[in-house]
Design a protein around this ligand. Structure first.
Ligand SMILES: NC(=O)c1ccc[n+]([C@@H]2O[C@H](COP(=O)([O-])OP(=O)(O)OC[C@H]3O[C@@H](n4cnc5c(N)ncnc54)[C@H](O)[C@@H]3O)[C@@H](O)[C@H]2O)c1
Length: 243
């Protein structure tokens, strides 16, 4: 895949999908800023990838806090010079029935998953516009595409991420900056057999990262404003027969 001396920032980079993604981007020669809520977790993930030869640095960045994002962005831009690829990956989902969802939980879920994506993108967009190049990839969810009982707040946030992606893609289309969304479903560290996907198993962080790396590359230049479902056929419908 083509990457012209690119730099990338991944939020929530110490998690399942984030870590797999940082490893793959480093494997393509991209210099990566791995950010996460705790510096310790970020360092731990980055150290492993560095030992494999990756050019990677760890930063603390809480996407819920404008101040934290601003101060991390300042450090990252000073260290890297510019960020070409931004992956808004940090996300959290906690179940609660709608009638039991407090306003506090609702607000936190939206602040983290949706406003966090807005906040980090705002912090890096101006320099991207000045450089005249960018790849922004947001993590949505199948919950944001078709809904998920018990996760009204999360589904609303991810639905917002998907439409923010499409709208921003239109605004930036002439600026050589593409904006796309990847919406996973049923991904975890352990591969489990399940009737919940037509493929018959859950997916791995790596299987999500594969598509993100392509969207992050120079090769994806004519793709913008798209939300990609990566879910082993989960939302195709229930497995009504064996095939
Ligand atoms: N795993 C799935 O099945 C699945 C399905 C649909 C969507 N997603 C989305 O994919 C993305 C990555 O998910 P994952 O499976 O790797 O989850 P994960 O829990 O393994 O990783 C999430 C990371 O985000 C970090 N994080 C949490 N709060 C943060 C904050 N306030 N600021 C910065 N970082 C914070 C966590 O520390 C963690 O490292 C998320 O946006 C998630 O909503 C995942």
């Amino acid at each position: 895949m083509k990457f012209e001396k690119r730099t990338a920032l991944v939020t929530g980079g110490a998690g399942e999908i984030g870590k797999a993604l940082c490893r793959k981007l480093c494997g393509e020669g991209v210099a990566v800023a791995l950010t996460d809520l705790s510096l310790e977790r970020a360092e731990e993930a980055a150290t492993l990838i560095r030992q494999e030869g990756g050019r990677i640095r760890a930063y603390e960045m809480n996407v819920e806090s404008t101040e934290s994002v601003r101060s991390a962005a300042e450090k990252i831009l000073a260290d890297f010079g510019r960020i070409d690829i931004l992956v808004n990956n940090a996300g959290v989902w906690r179940p609660s029935r709608f009638e039991e969802t407090s306003e506090e939980k609702w607000t936190k879920t939206l602040n983290l998953n949706l406003t966090g994506t807005f906040r980090v993108t705002q912090a890096f967009l101006k320099p991207m516009l000045e450089n005249g190049y960018g790849r922004i990839i947001n993590l949505g969810s199948i919950a944001g595409e078709v809904g998920l009982p018990g996760y009204c707040d999360y589904a609303a946030a991810k639905g917002g991420v998907i439409l923010m992606t499409k709208t921003l893609a239109m605004e930036l289309a002439k600026k050589n900056i593409t904006v796309n969304c990847v919406s996973p479903g049923m991904v975890g560290p352990v591969r489990r057999e399940t009737k919940g996907t037509w493929i018959g198993r859950t997916g791995s962080g790596e299987e999500i990262a594969n598509l993100i790396v392509f969207l992050a590359s120079d090769d994806s230049s004519f793709i913008t404003g798209v939300d990609y479902t990566v879910d082993g056929g989960r939302i195709l419908g229930p497995r009504f027969c064996e095939y």
